[in-house]
Ligand binder design. Structure first.
Ligand SMILES: *Cc1c(COP(=O)(O)O)cnc(C)c1O
Length: 402
């Protein structure tokens, strides 16, 4: 038995990863969540569910996505060789569809007619709307009015896909209010619908279920890397917002002698409100029905967060990551906006791959680590493509002309 075997036994029956996770819900939501837990536990080992998900991954999403050796980038940088797991080539351009298709299929097996979700920047909303269109389900995406104004292209995508975008007009009119609104709506309509969470966050069973759906990334990458190189990578790294792309690639490597590293957004720096590095600066707290490292105000309410990557600016983080940090199995580091923008331009110019700003955080760390290591290999989860970020980049970052 490997000394890390206990890492494969979380969460416990109540959804706890050590002291993190769980299910902190208003009593009215206990029943709908209990129904999801029961159904998921039944369906996850059902052969027809597994076969249909396998078919979808291959023929609709385009999996397996390749592992690519970034030779030019590695040579320019010096040191260890950098490899990319190309989740940017997954249908819709990011890893998020991996769990949204799983959640959609679960809804179908449960006989539900509608998917309900919240979205911040709109990436999760687009993935859920895509799954709903595929399965012929209704879709309702709750989104703050402020975000609706900022993310017009994603709002159009969701509408084209047939989703109803519900504007949220209270409070700060952003992600937190959108979650509250989606929960309220789910409560009134749970017999007919299922709630689709956007990452390995939220009440049990979502951190477990979303991890299981994202595991495919690491399962493929591990096999592909072994095929290409004949041995495992020395380091595996990924950016961490809620933590779904990171846990997806880490999970199958937990018992291997590989260094696993999660990269959090340091934004403009260490000050409160300048970053979204929950595990680096946060403390144990509860948000959206689960316990985790949380960036919080003195009264325990979530603190304001910032990152140039809208997919990373969440004050909490998946409970399994908190557990993996405390056990020491995974190390969590940070990356500034400025380091991220350098890496964004380097990968674009040297390899012809425009990464999502989120993914560029992981690339930035890999460049530093590769120079430190001198030899060896680093596998980076390139969680998504940067098409969605082009306007932001042109407006905010000075173009590097070489
Ligand atoms: C949403 C998103 C992320 C952050 O979410 P995780 O759950 O931390 O993976 C990272 N990369 C891309 C491309 C995203 O769209």
């Amino acid at each position: 038995m490997s000394k890390n075997n206990k890492l494969n036994t979380v969460p416990d029956e109540k959804g706890f990863f050590g002291k993190y996770g769980g299910k902190f819900l208003p009593p009215e939501l206990e029943e709908p969540f209990a129904e999801i837990i029961e159904s998921y536990n039944k369906i996850k080992s059902d052969a027809s569910f597994i076969n249909e998900l396998r078919y979808i991954r291959k023929h609709f999403q385009g999996r397996p996505t390749p592992v690519f050796h970034a030779r030019t980038l590695s040579m320019d940088n010096g040191g260890a060789q950098i490899y990319l797991k190309r989740e940017d080539l997954n249908h819709t351009g990011a890893h998020k569809l991996n769990h949204c298709m799983g959640e959609g299929l679960l809804a179908k097996f449960m006989g539900k007619e509608k998917l309900i979700a919240e979205t911040g920047a709109g990436q999760h909303g687009v993935a859920v709307a895509t799954a709903a269109a595929y399965f012929g389900l209704e879709c309702e995406v709750h989104m703050g009015e402020v975000d609706i104004a900022k993310q017009a292209p994603n709002v159009s995508r969701m509408k084209l896909l047939g989703a109803e975008v519900v504007p949220v007009t209270h409070g700060l009119k952003t992600l937190k209010e959108a979650v509250d609104s989606a929960f309220d709506d789910y409560l009134t309509d749970y017999k007919n619908s299922i709630y689709c969470i956007g990452s390995v966050v939220g009440p049990h069973p979502f951190p477990l279920m979303v991890r299981d759906f994202q595991r495919i990334v690491g399962i493929e990458a591990r096999e592909q890397f072994l095929d290409m190189i004949g041995e495992l990578p020395d380091v595996v790294c990924a950016c961490v917002g809620g933590g779904s792309n990171a846990i997806g690639i880490f999970a199958p490597f937990l018992n291997d002698p590989c260094e696993l590293i999660g990269v959090e957004p340091l934004g403009r720096g260490e000050g409160v409100g300048d970053n979204a590095a929950s595990m680096t600066y946060g403390h144990e707290g509860i948000i959206h029905g689960f316990k985790c490292y949380l960036l919080q105000n003195e009264d325990g309410s979530p603190a304001p967060v910032y990152s140039c990557a809208s997919g990373l600016d969440y004050p909490g983080v998946g409970p399994e990551h908190c557990y993996l940090k405390d056990t020491g199995r995974v190390e969590y580091v940070t990356c500034l906006d400025t380091e991220c923008s350098d890496a964004f331009f380097k990968l674009t110019r040297l390899e012809g791959i425009i990464p999502a700003i989120e993914s560029a955080h992981a690339i930035a760390y890999a460049l530093v680590k590769a120079r430190e290591m001198k030899t060896g290999t680093i596998l980076v989860n390139l969680s998504g493509r940067g098409d969605k970020d082009l306007d932001y980049v042109l407006e905010n970052w000075e173009m590097k002309t070489k």
